[in-house]
Design a protein around this ligand. Structure first.
Ligand SMILES: Nc1ncnc2c1ncn2[C@@H]1O[C@H](COP(=O)(O)OP(=O)(O)OP(=O)(O)O)[C@@H](O)[C@H]1O
Ligand SMILES: O=C(CO)[C@H](O)[C@H](O)COP(=O)(O)O
Length: 409
């Protein structure tokens, strides 16, 4: 059995020929990590060629793992860009790697797309008559093993699903980052993967809004017809309802996007009612509140300090239950006219985990061109990004504080 350090796993990866999955007694600092060699087959399933087990010494730092679930075209990439910006630095695909990689790396974060764990490629799915949302088209064992390995400080050879060709490409090496974000259709589907998450988010886009966004992107930007967009949404719906939507009950935070209630019978989907649903009692996460924690409050901020045109802006905050869990919900209906005036709203929110007065407003202004910057989607995504930074700092500081406590005792 080879013994490695987390810093030398790259070379170990390349010599991953030790194929003796023997049971060993692991020492205090040792981890057992399973790598799979994956072969990419056209039109078939990219099967794993069996595990090789390596015993590694874990590095000092552990990766914090965040899960972000949503259907395709529901704003995951936009959210990721806001999140990585909170940590500073821009996220880029791995340098010198596959140009069709779905991975984004910045100083602090690595975002991997769970589409890379499709076990069936496009042709394979067609042949078997399953969608990418169907668990049978995804390799949850590999997803679990690799997220577990990264979390414990060990690099993995992660497969790549190529959205351009529809094939499974040769794997890319993923080094353990400070923060790993797993985004895609199924981050909370498999209980083993779910248990690895330090925090989870679900982007819950109502059908009406999803449709409006799809039209905006796929019709205006990609030249698809209205009929084909409708057909694609309808074809995905049964599997979406069966496998994707149920994950929201596990999420620590849900961003729910609905049509506005400020315009009677609105069907344009431009003005949005957005609800940030925050689970109570989550370790290292304290829900945001408006004015007074635990009270129920409706607030119309429009007036001398916030310019609003029709149909205005309405906030609501209060305690509630969600799938049997106690939650706090912060809601914003309407859209901002002037982002620089957002500071007025920000100053009435508490527990937003900013490092200085006006940080939310600064982030929103910085990315004013991102979709949703004038409404609750952008505002709540930014706030969740700040909460994740805070969670990361709490987790890492509690780890470094632990030995000190032990010394004191
Ligand atoms: N908050 C928003 N407000 C308005 N439109 C939005 C918002 N977020 C996303 N969109 C629309 O949805 C499209 C898809 O957004 P984005 O690329 O972030 O989603 P995604 O979930 O990463 O998609 P995919 O999984 O298909 O790559 C955008 O091009 C935009 O048209
Ligand atoms: O739901 C999806 C997640 O992004 C995609 O439809 C799935 O990954 C299949 O991709 P493609 O249509 O490129 O074969």
């Amino acid at each position: 059995m080879a013994v490695c350090s987390a810093y030398t796993t790259q070379s170990l990866n390349s010599t991953c020929s030790i194929s003796t999955p023997a049971k060993t007694h692991l020492g205090f600092h040792q981890k057992q990590v399973v790598f799979y060699r994956r072969s990419s087959k056209r039109g078939g399933s990219g099967s794993s060629s069996g595990p090789c087990v390596i015993t590694c010494s874990a590095g000092d730092s552990q990766t914090v793992v965040i899960g972000l679930a949503a259907d395709s075209g529901c704003g995951k990439s936009t959210f990721m860009r806001r999140l990585t910006s909170v940590f500073g630095g821009a996220a880029e695909p791995p340098k010198g790697g596959n140009p069709d990689s779905n991975t984004l790396i910045s100083d602090m974060t690595t975002v991997i797309c769970l589409d890379d764990y499709h076990s069936l490629d496009r042709t394979g799915r067609k042949e078997k008559g399953v969608t990418a949302l169907d668990p049978r088209a995804n390799d949850f064992d590999l997803m679990y093993e690799q997220v577990k390995a990264i979390k414990s400080g060990v690099a993995v050879d992660k497969p790549i699903y190529n959205h351009v060709t529809g094939l499974l490409d040769p794997p890319e090496l993923i080094q353990p980052p400070k923060i790993l974000v797993i985004e895609g259709l199924h981050p909370m589907f498999d209980e083993r993967v779910r248990d690895l998450l330090d925090f989870s988010i679900y982007l819950d886009i109502s059908n009406e809004v999803k449709f409006a966004w799809k039209i905006q992107r796929d019709m205006a930007e990609r030249g698809h017809s209205l009929e084909s967009i409708k057909a694609s949404i309808e074809a995905r719906k049964p599997d979406f309802d069966a496998y994707i939507d149920p994950q929201k009950k596990y999420a620590d935070a849900v961003i729910e996007v609905l049509p506005t209630q400020l315009i009677p019978d609105d069907n344009e989907g431009k003005v949005l009612r957005v609800r940030l649903i925050m689970k109570e009692g989550v370790k290292h996460f304290s829900p945001v509140y408006l004015f007074d924690e635990g009270s129920t409050i409706s607030w119309i901020p429009c007036g001398r300090k916030l310019t609003c045109s029709y149909p205005g802006i309405k906030f609501h905050y209060g305690p509630d239950t969600y799938f049997g869990n106690e939650v706090s919900i912060l809601e914003m209906d309407g859209q901002f006219d002037r982002l620089d005036e957002l500071i007025y709203v920000e100053s009435h929110l508490s527990n937003i985990s900013t490092k200085f007065y006006g940080e939310v407003t600064q982030q929103m202004l910085k990315h004013a061109d991102f979709p949703g910057s004038n409404n609750g989607t952008g505002l709540f995504q930014t706030i969740v990004g700040l909460k994740i930074r805070d969670l990361y700092e709490q987790i890492t500081s509690s780890k470094t504080a632990a030995p000190l406590e032990a010394t004191k005792a």
